[in-house]
Ligand binder design. Structure first.
Ligand SMILES: [Zn+2]
Ligand SMILES: [Zn+2]
Ligand SMILES: [Zn+2]
Length: 367
């Protein structure tokens, strides 16, 4: 998966709009058809830079670039990006405290309900297409839903939405949204996990076939080695003659390892992922502010009660974006973490993997 979300987003948008895009390390070189160039205010041959080391005549692109708005317009026109409003949903106002304690356990912190309000909340629904290629090919589409304010990912919304797509559109702004880069990179992490699940049977099938082939090879070459050893034993070979037979054994082992490596390459899995489209859904929701406390530190945590699902959206782990049923807060910055991201896998001590992404500060193990 591309590690620079903005660059990959722009590349996708330009490619589906008929531009020719050459991918450099920190830049894209783009050939733009004349009529599109005029509409989005770009040259017909344009360099777009995403890193600080801009050279020559190119344009540096950030989330506030005007070019980005124009490119968004381009995909919006193609139906690859659309917006919709769900204005008339029932909002729960009572019993939110119980909903929280039912869905979420705070394992090392306390909380109190600070405020409950209603506001317009926006969600981005991404569809990712993937193809997993090995001896065979598997393709699939994976939807990812992200709450733009809390980054919660209420997966069930994609089903619930099917009956609502027809609602009328009324332009309004949802406040408190996170930057697109953060939302998109969360969506990529979630998509990678979903794809792994979706392709799990396919991968298991490949592994089964690989194991069978390897077992067959080991059996065949094992029998060859057996024959050579038999010769050494029966003829009671010594000296040079024995050496010659022993070198045959070595050659058989080398040949076996080469054949196993060939099979591993044959069954290795390459996965290509691309963004197909995105849709922004806006709807009024109940927003709950919790004041959470760990030792002497406190912070506000926003949760959404989703009126489409009629459920509380649990928060997500700030490292792996897994939906949390059990929540840990880290000591330093009160990051919300799942049990796995709150532990060092080597020394099992409590270590925040967001504060310490590279190495464990307690045992020094590299993550
Ligand atoms: Zn996690
Ligand atoms: Zn450790
Ligand atoms: Zn932390």
């Amino acid at each position: 998966m591309e590690r620079k979300p903005l660059k990959s987003l722009i590349r996708g948008a330009l490619e589906v709009s008929g531009c020719l895009v050459e991918d450099g390390k920190d830049y894209l070189e783009v050939l733009v058809p004349q009529e599109i160039a005029a509409r989005i205010g770009m040259g017909e041959h344009q360099l777009l830079y995403f890193g600080p080391q801009k050279e020559g005549d190119g344009e540096f692109i950030s989330y506030s670039s005007e070019i980005l708005d124009n490119i968004s317009q381009l995909i919006q026109d193609k139906g690859l990006f659309c917006k919709t409003n769900l204005p008339h949903l029932y909002l729960k106002r009572e019993g939110l405290g119980e909903a929280i304690s039912r869905k979420l356990s705070f394992l090392n912190s306390t909380y109190r309900l600070k405020q409950v309000g209603q506001r317009l909340v926006s969600y981005l629904v991404f569809h990712f297409k993937y193809s997993a290629i090995s001896e065979e090919k598997k393709e699939g589409i994976v939807p990812v839903v992200i709450n733009e304010m809390t980054l919660a990912s209420p997966k069930e919304m994609t089903n619930a939405l099917k009956s609502y797509y027809e609602e009328s559109l009324e332009e309004r702004e949802a406040k408190g949204g996170r930057p697109l880069e953060e939302i998109y990179s969360a969506a990529c992490k979630i998509a990678a996990r979903e794809i792994r699940q979706d392709a799990a049977d396919f991968e298991r099938g490949l592994n089964r076939r690989l194991n069978k082939d390897v077992a067959r090879l080991k059996e065949y070459y094992g029998a060859l080695k057996e024959e050579v050893q038999e010769v050494i034993r029966k003829r009671e070979l010594l000296g040079e003659e024995k050496e010659r037979e022993l070198s045959k054994l070595k050659a058989i082992d080398m040949e076996l390892n080469r054949k196993i490596k060939d099979q591993q390459d044959r069954y290795s899995l390459k996965v290509n992922v691309s963004l197909v489209n995105a849709m922004r859904i806006m709807m009024p929701a109940s927003v709950i502010t919790l004041r959470v406390k760990r030792k002497d530190k406190e912070k506000d945590l926003l949760l959404t009660w989703n009126p489409l699902l009629k459920e509380l959206e649990p928060p997500v782990c700030e490292r792996c974006f897994d939906t949390l049923k059990e929540l840990y807060l880290c000591d330093e910055k009160l990051h919300c973490l799942c049990p796995q991201c709150h532990d060092c896998p080597s020394c099992y001590k409590a270590v925040c993997r967001v504060c310490h992404p590279q190495t464990c500060p307690k045992c020094g193990a590299a993550f």
